[in-house]
Unconditional design. Structure first.
Length: 102
């Protein structure tokens, strides 16, 4: 999702489940797959022509320090695990702690 291959998290999970995404050249079909620093995530050759992928990449303007994207090869590299301040979500950790401490 953060690479811009899909328009939403749900769409990204579906792309992975339907085997359109590779990690280090191997097909991945588990949306919760844990990446390690240096992993290369790409769009499968047959899937590069999917309209949803092309539209998402055309509208992608997100740039993050912890991932890089090569639009020609349709591959991105997971550079490092992002720090808390690098994640652009508005999450209040204290609310989560309070919820689970009940």
């Amino acid at each position: 999702f953060r690479l811009g291959v899909a328009p939403s998290r749900r769409a990204a999970r579906q792309l992975v489940s339907h085997r359109h995404i590779t990690v280090n050249g191997e097909l991945v079909n588990i949306p919760s797959y844990q990446l390690k620093a240096g992993d290369v995530v790409g769009v499968r050759e047959k899937s590069k022509s999917l309209q949803v992928v092309q539209d998402s990449l055309a509208n992608n303007s997100n740039v993050y320090e912890w991932i890089t994207w090569n639009n020609e090869t349709k591959q991105g590299t997971f550079v490092s695990v992002p720090g808390r301040v690098q994640i652009p979500e508005n999450i209040n950790e204290q609310f989560i702690v309070e919820l689970y401490s009940k």
